[in-house]
Design a binder for this molecule. Structure first.
Ligand SMILES: *[C@@H]1O[C@H](CO)[C@@H](O)[C@H](O)[C@H]1NC(C)=O
Ligand SMILES: *[C@@H]1O[C@H](CO)[C@@H](O)[C@H](O)[C@H]1NC(C)=O
Length: 493
């Protein structure tokens, strides 16, 4: 207590408004998560008056806590000739019902069979799977406690904190050995008429044990996360420091200061499908707090088309691609396209596994508005539009002549537009020397853009010769001639 007071004097000069109490709001104390089992001496050695004072003390001690699973659970086991479980840990979810139950407890007046009660206590405190702090609060007159050392040692070994309130300076040494250290805050020997003076100290000791040091994610989307923690400060007793970053540390760490009365924060502008680590540190001049941390992964971005792109566009076609594919969320895709500004809009519907489609039959040199919509299974529709141009029509071959040279031999001469020209594609029917002379086969060759003519030999009788200009954006319309006849200007591919 001495160091406590010195500390206070020091703080008062530093912080005029500081208050030495840990935040204990008048209403509910939403600070903690843990189990408290009251072990109440109900034997004949306790006077009725003493018994009811103990119950009243207990009621006041516990009144500020919010109760139930996820908060504080309270059970009451009476020590008598036989242990009597007044109520177990999962009975009371509100202060109203706990307070009512405490007023109804009846004094047993039997022997002080504490050892038998401790066996029951051990069962009650260890049956719960969740790893929450557990407290056995033993309220006794300290008279003839029995051989409690072994069961108490076992309880402590199982992680239960044993706190003791004794009303008579009876067998103090037994109590000293039973209690979980430190004695100063866990063992109280007090005259029953003055028992109220220890209420706050004991409550603080309890809070110290069951203070929930957890940072929880209570809401998570693809871009946001809401973090929640149990308030341990007040607006005037300190502040929280928050920092977070993605695990891959792609961005720099974000830091914020939050006021002492906050108990949650929303992180925004997060990346979807990304693992983050976040920490909250309560900063106070009055005591040290641990830093709370949590790791979480944002949800995948369910409701967006991240990319819509256009490729392979020719005079009559455009390929539209999108992504990422989300077959889990998307029912199907719909692609609508029409010439800008007033072309007829056409629609194609595609399976949810498709991430691209080739739009054909388009006008050359025309701008189109292409809209890709993802129709989600939840009924939502997310659309994204791009503008895309088809290419100008490619110039056709300007002229083609076949000049006979010898039997089965011709000189092929042609003309084409030179702009963007990459070369020529020639195709003709030749005699297949490997097979019988009545059979023929097609041959083809690519020629450089500077070529204007070439000689073909071993032509099949009546062979058809076609030449097409090749531009960087596609193949222009070609011309074809039959070797025997004169010029034939039918179009070829
Ligand atoms: C978060 O993940 C890191 C790296 O895997 C780990 O070291 C840390 O203990 C995790 N923190 C929590 C609160 O789980
Ligand atoms: C479309 O899917 C293929 C394979 O399924 C993939 O290689 C390609 O990257 C995807 N395209 C887009 C735009 O997501």
């Amino acid at each position: 207590m001495k160091s406590f007071l010195l500390c206070c004097v020091f703080l008062c000069t530093m912080l005029p408004r500081s208050n030495m109490q840990i935040a204990v709001p008048a209403t509910v104390l939403n600070c903690c998560e843990g189990d408290i089992l009251l072990l109440l001496d109900s034997s004949g050695s306790i006077a009725n008056y003493e018994f009811s004072r103990l119950l009243h003390f207990t009621a006041e001690l516990l009144r500020p806590f919010s109760l139930g699973r996820g908060h504080v659970r309270v059970g009451l086991l009476q020590v008598g000739t036989n242990p009597n479980l007044e109520f177990s840990l999962d009975i009371h979810n509100s202060q109203e019902s706990l307070q009512k139950a405490l007023r109804r407890v009846i004094h047993l007046h039997g022997d002080t069979n504490t050892v038998a009660a401790l066996r029951v206590a051990q069962q009650l405190l260890t049956e719960r799977e969740e790893d929450v702090p557990k407290i056995l609060l033993w309220l006794t007159d300290g008279v003839q406690p029995g051989d409690v050392e072994k069961p108490m040692t076992e309880l402590k070994a199982q992680g239960v904190s044993v706190l003791i309130v004794s009303t008579v300076h009876g067998n103090y040494q037994v109590l000293q050995r039973a209690v979980t250290p430190p004695l100063e805050s866990h063992l109280y020997s007090v005259d029953i008429d003055n028992i109220n003076i220890i209420t706050e100290d004991l409550r603080e000791a309890i809070i110290e044990i069951i203070r929930a040091e957890r940072l929880r994610i209570v809401h998570l989307t693809s871009h946001n996360a809401v973090l929640q923690w149990r308030p341990v400060l007040r607006a005037d007793s300190g502040y929280y420091e928050l920092w977070y970053n993605s695990m891959l540390k792609t961005d720099s760490e974000t830091r914020h200061i939050l006021s002492g009365d906050s108990s949650w924060v929303e992180l925004t502008n997060l990346q979807p499908d990304t693992t983050y680590t976040a920490s909250v540190h309560p900063e106070s001049n009055q005591r040290l707090f641990n830093t709370l941390s949590v790791n979480f992964t944002t949800l995948p971005d369910a409701l967006s088309l991240a990319v819509v792109s256009v490729s392979d566009s020719g005079p009559h076609q455009i390929r539209v691609s999108w992504g990422p594919l989300q077959p889990g969320q998307v029912r199907r895709y719909m692609v609508e396209y029409g010439a800008i500004p007033s072309g007829r809009v056409q629609t194609v519907t595609l399976h949810n596994q498709r991430n691209s489609t080739l739009l054909t039959g388009l006008e050359p040199g025309t701008q189109y508005l292409v809209t890709v919509s993802a129709l989600h299974k939840n009924g939502k529709e997310i659309a994204m539009s791009v503008r895309a141009c088809t290419q100008e029509a490619l110039p056709a071959l300007a002229d083609l002549q076949l000049i006979p040279v010898e039997s089965q031999e011709v000189q092929v001469v042609w003309q084409a537009h030179q702009e963007g020209l990459k070369g020529y594609y020639l195709k003709w029917e030749g005699e297949d020397s490997q097979r019988s002379s009545s059979k023929s086969s097609f041959s083809s060759v690519h020629l450089s853009p500077t070529t204007r003519s070439t000689r073909l030999t071993h032509l099949a009788p009546g062979s058809r010769v076609c030449v097409s200009p090749v531009y960087s954006s596609g193949i222009g319309d070609g011309l074809c001639c039959n070797a025997e006849s004169h010029r034939d200007s039918s179009q070829g591919g």
